[in-house]
Design a protein around this ligand. Structure first.
Ligand SMILES: *Cc1c(COP(=O)(O)O)cnc(C)c1O
Length: 336
């Protein structure tokens, strides 16, 4: 099977497994797991933040990041197709009393003025007040869209000027960095908190880190425990995350080249079928998405159905360019 459903499907490499089996372990609820502590410290250092928190999922990192900034009954602003709005099962509202308003965009691309125009500041007893602005980079449902750095600067400056906090859903920030050429710290300096997935293109089996101030991360650690998500000897997973940060950030541009090969192969069969991918995600519009996905599965290629008329293929470190060329040819031949 060529599995292009998501970059979450990767298996740990031999080197990563070695790092995991050699990891020093302890009870992390007692703050005694050295491998977890090392990952958290390394992530914080990379982003130029005071502290980090290792979480089981990116959804949990986002849930805690938004919670830090948004008291019950106040709002977070985000894109209408943001992962926090669409794919976190309403957790921000269901668990934390956070309300959400969304801006619209083209392909998830942030226009800072559109977001800033929605800020609700000092509204008295009439309107919900904005507490947080959340941005996603790269933008998943937008098709792996890379945010323009100047827009990130503008939106975070504008929010900070009126006392509103900011959270970056950087699940795939490493993919964005491969395009902008900017380091983690350029993003860490803009946002109050950042979440980064280790289990997507970075290839770890599990996990995400949230970074922020020492005070914020201490509060998030308590809330994580309250949610039942404190963990014990998680060092094996953290060691995989540390390995991913060390070895798999620099290689991620290869996944973008694979996505280009995939898109070219689709378009060779069916000219103009897909747009050139921005990063590692190829969105494939087709009026018969579920049927095409079913045929592909029979032929040994797995891709995601995003809706009745949209498919998504994601490249990652467990698929080769040859496999992407083969899958692309097959996808192209089934479209139409
Ligand atoms: C995958 C993803 C997350 C977190 O997903 P989990 O499955 O909870 O780890 C958050 N934001 C974006 C943009 C994502 O693509």
């Amino acid at each position: 099977m060529i599995d292009l459903r998501s970059d979450t499907v990767t298996r740990p490499s031999a080197g990563m497994i070695d790092a995991m089996t050699g990891a020093a372990l302890g009870d992390d609820v007692y703050a005694e797991d050295p491998s977890v502590a090392a990952l958290e410290a390394r992530a914080a250092e990379l982003f130029g933040k005071e502290a980090g928190l290792f979480c089981a999922t990116g959804s949990l990192s986002n849930l805690l990041g938004v919670w830090l900034h948004t008291p019950p009954g106040r709002e977070v602003l985000c894109d209408g197709y943001a992962h926090i709005a669409r794919a976190e099962m309403g957790a921000h509202g269901a668990l934390h009393g956070v309300t959400m308003r969304t801006w619209t965009s083209t392909a998830g691309r942030l226009v800072a003025d559109d977001a800033l125009a929605m800020l609700a500041v000092e509204c008295g007893p009439y309107l919900v007040e904005t507490a947080c602005v959340a941005v996603e980079d790269t933008h998943n449902f937008g098709g792996g869209t890379v945010q323009d750095y100047d827009q990130l600067v503008a939106v975070t400056d504008g929010a900070r000027a009126v006392g509103i906090k900011t959270h970056l859903d950087g699940a795939r920030l490493a993919n964005a960095m491969a395009v902008t050429g900017r380091p983690f710290s350029d993003y860490g300096r803009l946002f109050d908190t950042v979440s980064l997935c280790l289990s997507k293109g970075l290839g770890a089996p599990v996990g995400s880190v949230l970074v922020g101030t020492a005070d914020d991360i201490a509060r998030a650690r308590v809330q994580r425990k309250r949610l039942g998500a404190g963990w014990r000897q998680a060092g094996m997973l953290a060691a995989a995350g540390s390995y991913a940060l060390e070895h798999n950030v620099a290689r991620i541009a290869e996944d973008h080249r694979s996505a280009g090969v995939l898109a070219d192969a689709i378009n060779a069969e069916r000219p103009g079928a897909v747009a050139a991918p921005a990063t590692n995600i190829v969105l494939i519009p087709t009026p018969a998405a579920p049927a095409v996905a079913a045929r592909l599965k029979e032929a040994g290629v797995l891709i995601s159905v995003l809706g009745p008329s949209a498919l998504r293929a994601v490249t990652h470190l467990d698929v080769t360019q040859e496999e992407c060329a083969e899958a692309g040819q097959l996808i192209g031949s089934l479209l139409g």
